[in-house]
Design a protein around this ligand. Structure first.
Ligand SMILES: Nc1ncnc2c1ncn2[C@@H]1O[C@H](COP(=O)(O)OP(=O)(O)OP(=O)(O)O)[C@@H](O)[C@H]1O
Length: 126
């Protein structure tokens, strides 16, 4: 936490900088995060092109957030386990596998939402 001129701890405005730093690091270092970000941009662009309705936007935006957040939590789990348990261990491996499983569930959910929202739109223009 930063300090003000009196040496007191200050919080205002700082949290966003730390959060941005975390997002930036994850984007630059994690290939899967970049892939999910590109998929999110494609989904957003497709939503604009097909003028999906507000309920569909809500589903698409929640799916994007769900995938991005689980991917970031998975990254945190990997970093934490590498820091706390750098040696091979059954527990560390299982913890990472479970975190990876959470990302998989989120990604499958997002794919299902994408199919429900976009496939009828695509079929309608064929
Ligand atoms: N310390 C460990 N002990 C035992 N198994 C581990 C350990 N670290 C990683 N593993 C196994 O290797 C898998 C991949 O872990 P790793 O930390 O390399 O993730 P990653 O390949 O970088 O994942 P991502 O592609 O999502 O970034 C884990 O899911 C786990 O099965």
């Amino acid at each position: 936490m930063a300090s003000d001129s009196n040496g007191k701890k200050t919080k205002s405005g700082i949290g966003f900088r730390y959060a941005w730093n975390g997002l930036r690091w994850t984007f630059l270092e994690e290939r899967n995060f970049r892939i999910h970000t590109i998929a999110a941009i494609i989904a957003l662009a497709t939503g604009v092109i097909f003028r999906i309705d507000p309920a569909e936007w809500a589903a698409v935006l929640l799916s994007i957030g769900f995938v991005i957040v689980t991917e970031m939590i998975n990254t945190v789990v990997e970093l934490m386990m590498d820091h706390l348990s750098p040696e091979q261990s059954k527990a560390a491996g299982l913890i990472k596998d479970i975190a990876a499983g959470a990302v998989l569930i989120a990604a499958i959910t997002a794919i299902c939402v994408g199919m429900v929202v976009f496939v009828p739109e695509i079929i309608s223009v064929l």
